[in-house]
Design a protein around this ligand. Structure first.
Ligand code: GDP
Ligand code: ZN
Length: 463
């Protein structure tokens, strides 16, 4: 089968850094030509597809000198990730060798791949649809098991399946409407048609709304829940943070090859990825902490989805405590009354009055008491009705999908409004078609070049 219509691309597809093995991936029409020029070992024309073959990479420009001992995977189109001929060179790791091999590949007939280009080809060659390729990206960036599951589900095509089904239903009703418009001699054709449109619009809208319900949690799973820990000096912020970070739950991510080169720190709390804001200040030397003060807190509170406000139970409330309580009044907040192992000097009833009993917990961070309670509280805040899910556990995690679902739902509102106001059926039909088109943009059945460029450029190099 001829699927190749593009030039041949290559990139290092393992994360940068020193590892046991690195992989240089080549995809395209000339993938085998390239490897045959630079490989010494078996006759690659004779090996079966999906085999891995021992040999050496040589440099034709340097008297065919041996560069590295390698294993070369041969994967013939169309049953490959890109549906093109794919070669993967497993070399000995180390940045220098891997880069040298990539250079040799590039000077023997391949060009450097753009970020996401392998996945883009998988899409363009019809192996996966758009929402599935977005899932690949989510998988690369998945922060917790929950995020991973949502992405895997999408990769399975469950979201696509659901959307395609909705589109199919819309198309069917539109076809019926056409027929009725073409044969208006039936007495009640018009009434029947509007009835049909109305009930289908309602039905599809209900499905879309159900999907949208999952989106809030989906967003958190995808991006993490921006969280800040505030409180005056010495109340126990660092200690609480360390308890949360306990074990190997802290994930420090620095996604290579993307524009986001800043270190982001995540804590996995029962499947909720907390993205910690401004914790560097909290963990730095003592004098730094003193400087944090209310002003600095103000800033991080503003950019938080969740604020953990820490108070010291062994001292009476201070003005600064009161200020912080006020500042966080409108935030999603958990108030932590720490140091409860010491004699209680704070007016607990007053605090209950100020912040409400529901969002208040007591801890003794120094003894690691209350960490579980805190984790439960955080998880419950976001998954209180259990994780929303639809048929097949589809969860919408992607902002682009959310916005298209909203547009599709709005179009359906227009359908219903049109019918209500007695608009002619062929006008109502236009809104129904609009809904169909928006849904198609989710799966890529209707897509624009600009969208593709933007989407795939967010991928890591080599994916
Ligand atoms: P931060 O300035 O808010 O980050 O507070 P730290 O976590 O650095 O704690 C300040 C001091 O209080 C340290 O000496 C801690 O050991 C101590 N501390 C923290 N939590 C507790 C607690 O629950 N009980 C007691 N008795 N001491 C605590
Ligand atoms: Zn990567």
């Amino acid at each position: 089968m001829e699927t190749t219509q593009f030039d041949t691309i290559a990139a290092i597809s393992t994360p940068p850094g020193e590892g046991g093995i690195s992989i240089v991936r080549i995809s395209g029409e000339y993938a085998f030509k390239v490897i045959k020029k630079i490989y010494r070992g078996k006759n690659l024309d004779k090996v079966a597809s999906d085999t891995i073959n021992y040999g050496h990479i040589i440099d034709p420009k340097d008297h065919n000198s041996e560069v590295d001992e390698v294993m070369v995977s041969i994967m013939r189109a169309p049953k490959t990730y890109t549906r093109e001929d794919v070669v993967e060179i497993n070399c000995h790791g180390g940045l220098v060798i891997t880069n040298r091999i990539l250079q040799i590949v590039l000077s023997n007939g391949a060009r450097m791949a753009h970020p996401g280009e392998f996945t883009e080809r998988a899409f363009l060659n019809g192996r996966i649809d758009l929402s599935q390729s977005e899932a690949v990206m989510d998988l690369i960036e998945a922060k917790t098991d929950q995020s991973m599951k949502a992405a895997l589900n999408q990769l399975d095509g469950n979201l696509s399946h659901l959307i395609k089904n909705l589109r199919h239903q819309i198309l069917k009703v539109l076809a019926n409407v056409e027929v009725n418009i073409d044969y208006p001699e039936y007495d009640d054709a018009e009434t029947m048609t509007t009835k049909m449109l109305l009930s289908k619009a309602r039905e599809v809208k209900a499905s879309i709304q159900q999907l949208l319900k999952t989106a809030k949690q989906g967003k958190i799973l995808r991006n993490g829940l921006a969280t800040s820990i505030v409180g005056r000096p010495n109340v126990g912020k660092s200690s609480l943070l360390n308890n949360l970070l306990h074990e190997d739950k802290a994930i420090v991510t620095n996604i290579p090859g993307t524009t986001r080169d800043v270190l982001e720190e995540y804590v996995n709390v029962r499947g909720v990825p907390l993205k910690l804001i401004d914790t560097a200040g909290i963990r730095d030397a003592k004098n730094q902490i003193e400087k944090m003060g209310v002003d600095r807190s103000k800033k991080s509170i503003k950019s938080s989805d969740l604020v953990l406000l820490v108070l010291n139970a062994s001292e009476p409330l201070t003005d600064e405590d009161m200020k912080l309580i006020k500042l966080t009044d409108h935030s999603k907040r958990i108030v932590i009354l720490n140091k409860t192992d010491l004699p209680i000097k704070v007016d607990v009833d007053k605090i209950k009055q100020l912040v409400g009993e529901k969002d208040l917990i007591t801890t003794a961070a120094i003894k690691s008491n209350g960490t579980e309670k805190l984790e439960n509280k955080i998880a419950n805040l976001f998954f209180d009705q259990g994780i929303e899910s639809t048929q097949n556990n589809v969860m919408v995690t992607n902002a682009r999908h959310v916005s298209l679902l909203h547009k599709a739902s709005d179009a359906l509102d227009d359908v219903m409004k049109g019918i209500h106001e007695g608009m002619p059926v062929d006008l109502v039909q236009i809104d129904m078609k609009r809904c169909w088109k928006y849904l198609g943009e989710i799966t890529g059945d209707t897509y624009t070049g600009e969208l593709l460029d933007q989407l795939f450029s967010q991928f890591c190099l080599g994916k």
